[in-house]
Ligand binder design. Structure first.
Ligand code: 5AD
Ligand code: SF4
Length: 340
């Protein structure tokens, strides 16, 4: 295993079978090497991205997600444009250099409104990431032209059959098309997958990693699947941390210079999950700056949000965590190709 891991780090390449080997076998060296590569390519500075969850209204019905439209136990909300800008100003004042606007697929926020918000936020001299789902090429292009810098759209799984089962109103080919359109529009492109979905195989996780490489994604977010009781998958297995960490570490070996977050889902299912991820290949954290009154309602999965702590407290907590492992907080905007 050690040899195979070293080869992966040297050549940034693995066959599907080799990835499967790494996923199946116990191999603490994998995490050590992913950490070493992260240090070489990205340095010790951790990039903080301020996450603003601006609408939990979603027309989609993803089987795993607490915000799916069939879940009637959610109090739905959307921030006003003024609230979004106010929250972004606070993030900027707190030192953030990237704002991430994330929301469900909410038709209220049409292209004009999103472009207006983009232009306002860009006045703050920050990098802006959008995570608002599937759109047409024209819409992505309009967002880019309005000044947005990055776009996140997880493929979730590259197993087409599983994808179709879990996303009743969506289409796998369209998802892929969206990702290539995002790239074509000039965005730094982020994708990623869920790990531990019922019916998901090791082979398909290996294919997910191959897909990240093929797309040459700039950011990859890996989330362990966490069952939400108000969804059809509420009773499924939730011990997915270790496998998610492996998928993340292998991704670091194959795409050494990309941005990889220690995801909130990792922190949610494992105490210190975020620190473990930062020491296994990750170099980004996305603290949640959504106002307390809203963030408990953005429940993709249970216990997602530290709902009783506000954005300022969350920022302090994250910085302390970073310093506790002798890392620093980055001072640049943190594009993929920024010089270290
Ligand atoms: N467990 C973990 N992650 C989830 N997401 C949605 N539902 C869950 C869940 N139950 C993730 C999806 C989506 C991102 C915003 O949240 O991968 O892309
Ligand atoms: Fe909507 Fe995203 Fe949840 Fe799917 S994962 S239901 S698109 S918020």
């Amino acid at each position: 295993m050690k040899k195979l891991t070293e080869k992966a780090a040297k050549e940034n390449k693995l066959s599907k079978n080799e990835i499967i080997e790494l996923l199946i076998n116990e191999n603490p060296f994998l995490f050590k090497l992913a950490d070493k590569i992260r240090k070489q390519t990205k340095g010790d500075a951790v990039h903080l991205r301020a996450l603003i969850e601006f609408t939990n209204i979603c027309k989609q019905n993803c089987y795993y997600c607490g915000l799916r439209c069939d879940n009637k136990n959610v109090q739905r909300y959307r921030l006003s444009i003024d609230e979004i800008i106010e929250c972004s100003v606070k993030a900027k004042q707190a030192g953030y250099q990237t704002i991430v606007l994330q929301g469900g697929e909410d038709a209220f926020f049409d292209t004009d409104k999103i472009c207006k918000i983009i232009k306002e936020i860009k006045k703050l001299d920050v990098a802006l990431t959008l995570s608002i789902g599937e759109k047409s090429y024209e819409e992505y292009k309009a967002f880019k032209d309005a000044g947005a810098d990055r776009y996140l759209l997880r493929i979730e799984t590259t197993d087409k059959e599983l994808y179709q089962k879990l996303h009743p109103k969506m289409n796998f080919e369209n998802r892929i098309k969206c990702l290539y359109n995002i790239k074509l529009s000039g965005f730094e492109t982020g994708t990623g997958c869920l790990v531990g979905l019922p019916g998901q195989t090791i082979e398909s996780l290996a294919a997910d990693i191959m897909f990240f490489k093929e797309l040459d994604a700039d950011m990859i977010g890996i989330g362990p699947f966490i069952p939400h009781p108000d969804t059809p998958l509420g009773n499924e297995n939730k011990n997915n941390f270790d496998m998610a960490l492996k998928v993340m570490a292998i991704t670091r070996l194959l795409l050494p210079d990309i941005n990889i977050p220690a995801t909130t889902a990792m922190e949610t299912i494992k105490p210190n999950g975020r620190i473990i991820a930062l020491q296994s290949g990750a170099n980004v954290i996305m603290p949640n700056l959504t106002e307390i009154k809203y963030k408990s309602k953005y429940e993709l999965y249970p216990e997602k949000n530290n709902s009783n702590i506000n954005g300022e407290e969350e920022t302090i907590k994250v910085i302390k965590e970073i310093e506790s492992i002798k890392r620093t907080v980055a001072v640049s905007k943190g594009y993929r190709h920024d010089i270290k």
